[in-house]
Each structure stands twice: as structure tokens, then as C-alpha cells.
Design a protein. Structure first.
Ligand SMILES: Cc1cc2nc3c(=O)[nH]c(=O)nc-3n(C[C@H](O)[C@H](O)[C@H](O)COP(=O)(O)OP(=O)(O)OC[C@H]3O[C@@H](n4cnc5c(N)ncnc54)[C@H](O)[C@@H]3O)c2cc1C
Length: 423
């Protein structure tokens, strides 16, 4: 195995970020914001896919796939809500504070944020195109093992792996074979649409909506049925500023404190919220853009899309079934070799409600033997359970700020130690 860097006392502080989506980019930005020439950091950003920035959510180039939040809430930079809007303006795109850019544009923005990040003197950023497959502890810290056979030593490892694919549906897979698409985000099902007329979208959330508006173009005479347990659709944003009397104001007001409220609940109340109230909360909290809402209304009004409950549909009657159910929890085996290896080594375990990884603030995993692994730090979906709102851009920004604070303190301590040794 090739060790990419020497593992003698490391200075600057070595940080490996695994992942190259929104969480990783926003984290890297804030790590460098807090680094100084006196307390520098070296960041290795390990991403298995060709591009860094868009990740899964912002990779789509479909013109109707918009972000689902106002532009002013999607800045990558904490404390600078106009950053995305200025970035767009500099490229000739006039974006209002309450507008909804396409996800393609947002992905380009994230790529540019990393490309243009200001790396302080003494710090460095290295991009590594590889897949992290294992993580183990050494006397010096941690080694992130890569599929290529190399390993990167680190003082801190940041895990920004995103989401696993949707819940598997083994009975449908078995019954329908190729007519069932288990993961529409990664499988290339579009070339197989010839001869397809009736499509069942299993799920009625935002993923279903993305696919329905795309299918409208791909299958002009297609019949789309979306079905979920309750057949309920997400609510929609409104463009015009509300005066505080709209239900959305109440939801957004609570949303700002959702993680504090969650942390304050007794375990049994957390469990009750997750099983009974979360669905209703998510429908109102994760809203579609007004443009998407318009498309949805049109598709339903002209009969292209029909919404049903699951017992009302027979999947076998459809030419194609797309699995639009939500993602599985992060500590699930089989979707990511790094997660598999960490589960195997006892470095992660599921949160007690099965929502994400068992973590303590500010995001450290609790190992099987109860040790809190303070040099590891999870971002994004894995935090579900530690917090409630974890994967949207404002959440990732808050996590990045907390991470950057922890790393800056460690970088300062490393710098102090080095000064002491040299004296
Ligand atoms: C379709 C969709 C639309 C969304 N729209 C919005 C929105 O409009 N607004 C909003 O606020 N939020 C939105 N979200 C929420 C979204 O989860 C976040 O905004 C954000 O994209 C999550 O970023 P992430 O970095 O955690 O995950 P991802 O973007 O999935 O990035 C994870 C990256 O890690 C890489 N990776 C994983 N494992 C390894 C490994 N072992 N080695 C190397 N690389 C690895 C993957 O290749 C991937 O690029 C959306 C989510 C989805 C799925």
C-alpha cells in the first residue's frame, strides 16, 4: 500500500474529507476560512466521481429541475446570504433573493466555490479522485484507505458521503425484473423507454416530481401514476414575501429551531415524533418550488399524472416502475464500501431510532465499544437522529461552521506543540 504522505508529527494539521458533494465543498470552504498561516490545514478531498461540487442532488441538467429553496438561503458562505446571487449576477444570471435557480446552476456554483476557495499561506487543498474503502487507526491518527491501494494519513477525517439509494423493494424486483428501477438517480433507465407507455412512480415526494416532469418530455403520450402509502404530495413555496400570517411562516419559524427542539425532546418523544408526526412535518417543510408546483398542477389537470395510494395500484400492470421512495439510513450495509468497513470495524453503529449514525455533538461517531471517536466527524444525512434537519444547504452550512471551529482549535494546538518542540 502506498502512503501518500509521511506520518511523522504532522504540521499543518491533516484533514481528509471523504465526499465531493455540497457538504464536502461547504466544509472545505469554512475550513480554509478559519485556517491561518500560523495554524494551517492540509485538506485532501476524496471524491469517487469525476466532478466535485454537484454531488447527487445538483448533477441533473434538466431545465425543470429547480432547487427547492430560495436563492438567499442557499449561499455556501455562512453569514453571506447574497453570495450565490452575486455569483449568478457575475455570470449574467439575474437571480432574485426569492428565486429558485436550476439545480444545474447550483451544482456549477458549488464547483466554482471550491475552484475559487482562498487557501491561506501554509495550507493546501488536494483533490483525490478515488473511492475511500476503509478507515483505520494508527499511532499517529487515522489512515483513509483508497480503492487504488493508496492511503492518506489524517489527524481528522470528515465523512460527507451523502445518501444511500432508496429502500429496496425485493418483491417488485423479483416480480418485474428489468421493468423495476431500484435507483432512478444512478441507473440509466432512459434509453429503455421505447415502447413504454404506463409508468408507476413509487413514492409521491420530490424525487417523484423530478421524474414526472422529465417523463412528460420523454413520453409525450405516457400515463404516469404516482403512489405512496398515503398519497400525499409535498407543499409548495410561494414567491411573494408573506406577511407572517401564512402557514409557511410558522413552519419556517419553527424550522430555525427544529434541531434545538429535537435535542430537547425525551427519547420516547423523539421516537413518537419520528413515527407519527415526521411525515406531516416533512411534507410542509421540504417544499417544491413554485415552478415545480405549476408543472405538477398542469400534469394532474391534463390527466398525465394521477396520484394514488399503494393499495390502489397493481405494479404488474405497468411497463416501468421507478422507485422514488426515500433513501435508506446511512449505516446500511451494501451501498458504500467505507460504511461497510466502518460497520465491520465497529467504528459506527446505527442511531437508536434507526435514522442515521449514532453520533454525539458536534458530529463524532460513538463506536461499538462506546468510545467517542473525536477525530472523526460526520456531515449531512448521517446526522439524522443527532439532529432532525441535517441535509439541506442551511444545515450543511451550520455543520461546516461547527466543524471548522473544531479543526481550527486542533490546528492551533498542533501549531503550539510544534513551537514548543522547536524551542
Ligand atoms: C434530488 C435532490 C434534490 C435536492 N435539492 C435540494 C435543494 O434544492 N435544496 C437543499 O437545501 N437541499 C436539497 N437536497 C438535499 C441534499 O441532500 C443536499 O442539498 C446536498 O446535496 C447533500 O450533499 P452531500 O454532500 O451530503 O451529499 P451528496 O451530494 O450525495 O455528495 C456525496 C458525495 O460523496 C461521494 N462519496 C460517497 N462515498 C464515497 C467514498 N466512499 N469515497 C469517495 N467518495 C464518496 C459521492 O460520490 C458524492 O459525490 C436535495 C437532495 C436530493 C437527493
Amino acid at each position: 500500500m502506498t502512503i501518500l504522505r509521511s506520518s511523522t508529527r504532522r504540521q499543518p494539521l491533516q484533514v481528509v474529507v471523504v465526499g465531493g458533494g455540497a457538504a464536502a465543498v461547504i466544509a472545505a470552504l469554512h475550513l480554509f476560512q478559519r485556517a491561518t498561516p500560523a495554524a494551517p490545514v492540509d485538506v485532501h478531498l476524496v471524491e469517487r466521481s469525476p466532478g466535485v461540487g454537484p454531488g447527487l442532488a445538483y448533477r441533473t441538467d434538466h431545465p425543470r429541475h429547480t432547487v427547492n429553496n430560495f436563492a438567499e438561503r442557499l449561499s455556501a458562505v455562512d453569514g453571506d446570504p447574497g453570495h450565490l446571487i452575486r455569483w449568478c449576477a457575475a455570470r449574467g444570471m439575474d437571480l432574485g433573493a426569492r428565486s429558485f435557480p436550476t439545480r444545474k446552476v447550483y451544482g456549477q456554483y458549488l464547483t466554482s466555490v471550491l475552484d475559487e476557495v482562498a487557501v491561506p499561506d501554509g495550507s493546501s487543498l488536494r483533490r483525490v479522485r478515488d473511492q475511500a474503502i476503509d478507515l483505520h487507526r494508527t499511532e499517529e491518527g487515522w489512515q483513509t484507505v483508497l480503492a487504488s491501494g493508496s492511503a492518506i494519513p489524517a489527524d481528522k477525517v470528515v465523512l460527507a458521503l451523502g445518501n444511500p439509494p432508496a429502500h429496496p423493494q425485493p418483491h417488485l424486483q423479483q416480480e418485474l425484473g428489468d421493468r423495476f428501477v431500484a435507483d432512478p438517480w444512478t441507473a440509466d433507465w432512459r434509453p429503455a423507454l421505447a415502447g413504454v407507455r404506463r409508468v408507476l412512480l413509487l413514492g409521491t415526494g420530490l424525487t417523484m416530481l423530478d421524474l414526472a416532469v422529465e417523463l412528460e418530455h420523454l413520453l409525450p403520450r405516457g400515463e404516469l401514476v404516482a403512489a405512496s402509502r398515503r398519497g400525499r404530495l409535498p407543499a409548495a413555496h410561494v414567491v411573494e414575501p408573506t406577511d407572517g400570517s401564512d402557514w409557511r411562516d410558522a413552519v419556517d419559524g419553527v424550522r430555525g429551531f427544529a434541531n434545538q427542539l429535537w435535542a430537547g425532546l425525551e427519547p420516547e418523544d423523539q421516537s413518537r415524533f419520528a413515527s407519527t408526526y415526521a411525515h406531516g412535518w416533512d411534507l410542509h417543510r421540504h417544499r417544491m418550488s413554485p415552478a415545480m408546483s405549476h408543472h405538477l398542477t398542469r400534469l394532474r389537470d391534463n390527466g398525465t399524472l394521477v396520484v394514488r395510494t399503494v393499495p390502489e395500484v397493481s405494479p404488474g400492470e405497468f411497463d416501468l416502475v421507478l422507485n422514488c421512495t426515500g433513501p435508506r439510513p446511512v449505516p446500511t450495509r451494501g451501498w458504500n464500501p467505507l460504511v461497510d468497513a466502518m460497520l465491520e470495524r465497529g467504528l459506527v453503529r446505527p442511531h437508536r431510532l434507526g435514522l442515521g449514525v449514532d453520533l454525539v455533538q458536534p458530529g463524532h461517531p460513538v463506536a461499538d465499544d462506546e468510545e467517542v471517536l473525536t477525530d472523526l466527524f460526520w456531515l449531512g444525512s448521517a446526522r439524522k437522529g443527532l439532529e432532525w434537519e441535517v441535509a439541506a444547504i442551511p444545515d450543511l452550512r451550520a455543520q461546516a461552521v461547527a466543524l471548522a471551529g473544531v479543526v481550527a482549535t486542533a490546528a492551533e494546538a498542533a501549531a503550539d506543540e510544534r513551537t514548543r518542540v522547536l524551542r
